[in-house]
Design a protein around this ligand. Sequence first.
Ligand code: GLV
Ligand code: GLV
Length: 323
Amino acid sequence: KLMKVFLTRRIPPEGMKILSAAGICEVSQWDSDEPVQRADLLKGVQGAHGLLCLLSDKIDAEVLDAAGPNLKVISTLSVGYDHLAIDEIKKRGIRVGYTPDVLTDATAELTVALLLAAARRLPEGVEEVKNGGWSSWKPLWLCGYGLSGSTVGVIGLGRIGMAIAQRLMPFGVKRLLYSGRTAKDYAAEVNGEYVPLDTLVSESDFIVVSCSLTPETQGMCDKAFFSKMKNTGVFVNSSRGIVVNQEDLYAALSSGQIAAAGLDVTTPEPLPTNHPLLTLKNCVVLPHIGSATYSTRGIMGALSAQNLLGGLQGTDMPSELTF
Ligand code: GLV
Ligand code: GLV
């Protein structure tokens, strides 16, 4: 008898192919590129043995109860799993698959691009070319900050943080500071200095947030944080929006407390088009596209399908979250 799986969205075809080739499950799907409504999610999961979800789906006790006792596996098409109520999932003996590693390079590249865009004011420059603001080559126009000789601080030197550091070092970065729960042996590869968060914040020219969202990191970048940053400092976040207090960031950017910010993640997502941050020239906001390369999304689709199948069959998953 075929097992029932529910997919909360259209996923890359690489994943769909793997699911149908396996021949062990009957797939029902929220067949759209837009998020499933809560009521449709609660209905869709009923009786499911497997659930494939995205980071925009909150999987909590209510969803798990709606699914019922068949549910063996949740496979998320993301490396982050802060949208999953892990305690509730664990209590019910459900396995979890996710997509680490395969998106590390794409996300690190995007973060570097975002850092440079914010530091060198690329969106402003593009805008000036289009609106006629480009009147001549002007010595003091559209100046920003460069990486050469700078100090970079990485908050959360995990897989992605390390890949960002590796890409930034060749730009001539002088010091690479990092903070987090523990010092990392592999930080030596990027000459990383493990420092307290306060030291990192006050000494860095560029701060990159690449930690996971936890109770400790939620709201970590607040008024006190920004007030310790250099006035020439550039702040970049490609982890989760809620790590940042956006009102405090707005105040820091609009008052000149810090120079610029680049955000690939916000609270909420999507950020309303009338949000105050979007009125600031020194704030570059992207729509959470860290892992968005064609190839990476295809691989994520395949991996999430393989994780789902492993969970359904009770065999190894290529990327199982251990908790
Ligand atoms: C993206 O933010 C992810 O968690 O994969
Ligand atoms: C810039 O284009 C320069 O020639 O300095």
